[in-house]
Design a binder for this molecule. Sequence first.
Ligand SMILES: [Zn+2]
Length: 239
Amino acid sequence: MLDKVKAHYPNAVSSSDFILNVYKGLSDYGLSPDRILLAHSICSDDVNNIEYPMEGRQMLGPFNLGGLNGYPFTGITGMTAFAHHVPEEGAALIFYAPHIGINAEGDTGKILRVGQNHDSTCCGATILALNRLKNDEIISGQKPADDYQQHSLQEFLFNQKDRVLNSSDSVKEATDIIYEESGSMIDHMIRSTDFTGKHIFVVGAVIINTNWQYGSFVTLRRFEEWDVVSRKKVKDLYF
Ligand SMILES: [Zn+2]
């Protein structure tokens, strides 16, 4: 399965290895996982819980910032609550990642789930938004209270309609757009918030779910330290 994943995302590793790589990247800071409070912004989809790596559970948290396809819908209030819970001698780790399914055939946008006989869409919200975009069903500015998150994702794609529809893989392109929108909002939320603790780390990635037998993979896009006081980026970190 990894070869099918790497055909789309060459740097992807298993979710477990991804977390271990993050810990390795933080090794200079002398932080044990129980001094790191994790906020994650990932899709509500059950597959992300079913396949959540045990290694990630060693940190405190997670505080859930995310809604549909991992966009940080909790906004500044969510980030502020999280930021006030960070251990005084510890760190905040803010992880955001949209997700995308890749099935056994290597097709994007779908996976076979536990106990099911047929593939289903993944990320379902993104595929729905894409289909509505292709069918000209998105009305800009319409965000009803009873389906606010879905309509927000649709607006992101609507605003970059040509980019999505002219791409060779519209599912990957839509995922990239949601990654970019999430990152912009995460940065804004951090800048708007006072943090306790000694360090802030920001990790941006894409989660790749596959058929249930094969688990999930993650490809890193961004790994940074930010200053707690100025809330500006200090430096890039690497695995
Ligand atoms: Zn999803």
